[in-house]
Design a protein around this ligand. Sequence first.
Ligand SMILES: CC(C)(COP(=O)(O)OP(=O)(O)OC[C@H]1O[C@@H](n2cnc3c(N)ncnc32)[C@H](O)[C@@H]1OP(=O)(O)O)[C@@H](O)C(=O)NCCC(=O)NCCS
Length: 202
Amino acid sequence: MPFALPLPLRTERLVLRPWTDDDLAPYAALNADPRVMEHFPSTMTRPESDASAGRIRAALDANGIGFLAVDVPAEDVRFAGFVGLHRPAWASPFRSLTSPPVEIGWRLSRATWGRGIAREAALACLEAAFGELAVSEVVAFTVPRNVRSRRVMEAIGMIHDEAGDFDHPSLAEGHPLRRHVLYRADRTAWLSRVEANVRSGA
Ligand SMILES: CC(C)(COP(=O)(O)OP(=O)(O)OC[C@H]1O[C@@H](n2cnc3c(N)ncnc32)[C@H](O)[C@@H]1OP(=O)(O)O)[C@@H](O)C(=O)NCCC(=O)NCCS
């Protein structure tokens, strides 16, 4: 991997950092919450959650980018969840300017929702992707009815590419969550047109 995220990433309120073993318990609590996992195939047991954390940590170590643990120090919140960049392991059903695609994603504990934490963390990741890492495109995807997640995508200046909507390769034909909407942020366009608007809240 020719690049790595400079860690930790810091924003006005947040610290985005590599995971520690202390994150495993709060990650399992979040993965066991049916509202957090409403748009995923199922909640996770503790072993499933630990295995998921292990894959995320291994990918971050191996690739230099990955889903990062999010702290809110001023509010004494350690591990609100994760936000970060990721390269999907599956063969991409949609075209992208990078191969494999670079995805941005997030999953936060319910207690922290609705305070702009996902937006603030995701904006820092997008800026790092387009700045230090010079990634040419970042994508995001979710099921159509995951409105909370789609609002974060839109708030950070990503654009829905309806022609790119796709069936998730990890889910069997007929699975109710198989259809996904695809959002894109193109580096050149985002840097020139979007960042100023996103920052000013326009
Ligand atoms: C999707 C998810 C990460 C969103 O997290 P979040 O932290 O609540 O998102 P935000 O707070 O950034 O945005 C939510 C709202 O808070 C508002 N908000 C509140 N305080 C804010 C502040 N200080 N600054 C900015 N926005 C603020 C935002 O305007 C936004 O409102 P809107 O949706 O009406 O535009 C979270 O709901 C989640 O973890 N869901 C379950 C997992 C999941 O579905 N992940 C995505 C799979 S693809």
